[in-house]
Design a protein around this ligand. Structure first.
Ligand SMILES: [Zn+2]
Ligand SMILES: [Zn+2]
Length: 263
């Protein structure tokens, strides 16, 4: 069976409360046997650190989502740092900038983004970037403050071709999910077609962004195979090649071989 890594899912979401174990089993049956569950606040980063310690095959990240920066206070950073050092925590994220809604300003988001970047550098972890409608500022902050040697991903990549190239130049991989399967996403498919397969990883962003085939339902990791199939069409390569490349890329970005003692 082909094996996949879901590099971005929100397993803490309450919409998974009734069937979280069954969801992991369905994912494994579909070949999605490794997952990275994402922190968006201090509270759910705590949840992530506890959860991944008890669930083989699940890794986690800790961070403050740009749309939730109103919930962070100065005292949180020390605990974020402690959480980042917990076992099976493989990145700082999701962090970044999101100007989708006008009430979320650069002035509110940039300082938090910068402190999260500093934290990732201190603990030596890659970044999971959330960038929506903020291409130029996201790249500016990363160029000013980030250490590209640590790597990371632009999750749910939705920028333009220039941003895609700039992100890869900054040593980021691009994560693609359900959006790639949407009829309206030809522009994204064209951009992804132009990017090297060696820099692409898969994600669900579950419970959101359900692939076209199940649109309207809650998303979950087992559905990610539809994204893999779409990516195979976009890149005009076999599904085997997609599975092998995206898995190897995710293992490289998040240092999974090192964590599992295989390298
Ligand atoms: Zn996000
Ligand atoms: Zn997310």
């Amino acid at each position: 069976m082909l094996k996949y890594i879901d590099t971005h899912v929100h397993l803490d979401d309450t919409r998974y409360d009734d069937d979280r174990d069954a969801l992991l089993a369905r994912a494994a049956s579909a070949g999605v046997d490794t997952l990275i569950t994402i922190g968006t606040t201090l509270d759910d980063s705590r949840w992530v650190a506890d959860y991944v310690a008890a669930h083989p095959g699940v890794y986690g990240t800790v961070g403050q989502h740009p749309e939730l920066v109103d919930r962070i206070s100065d005292g949180h950073y020390a605990e974020f740092k402690a959480l980042a050092k917990r076992p099976r925590i493989v990145a700082v994220g999701e962090v970044g900038l999101d100007f989708h809604r006008p009430e979320f300003t650069l002035a509110a988001q940039e300082p938090v983004f910068r402190r999260m970047i500093a934290l990732a550098r201190e603990v030596g972890l890659p970044l999971v970037i959330h960038n929506r409608d903020a291409n130029a500022d996201t790249l500016r902050v990363l160029r000013e403050a980030w250490d590209p040697a640590l790597g990371g991903v632009f999750h749910c990549f939705a920028g333009d071709l220039e941003t895609a190239k700039a992100a890869v130049d900054l040593n980021f991989d691009l994560a693609v999910g359900g959006v790639l399967t949407y009829k309206s996403a030809q522009g994204l498919r064209d951009i992804i077609a132009a990017m090297p397969l060696e820099r692409l990883v898969l994600e669900t962003d579950g419970p959101w962004l359900t692939p076209q085939a199940w649109r309207g339902k809650r998303n979950e990791p087992a559905y990610m195979t539809a994204v893999a199939q779409q990516l195979a069409e976009v890149k005009n390569v076999s599904l085997e090649e997609i599975a092998a490349a995206t898995t190897a890329n995710a293992r490289r970005v998040f240092g999974l071989d090192r964590l599992e003692g295989k390298a």
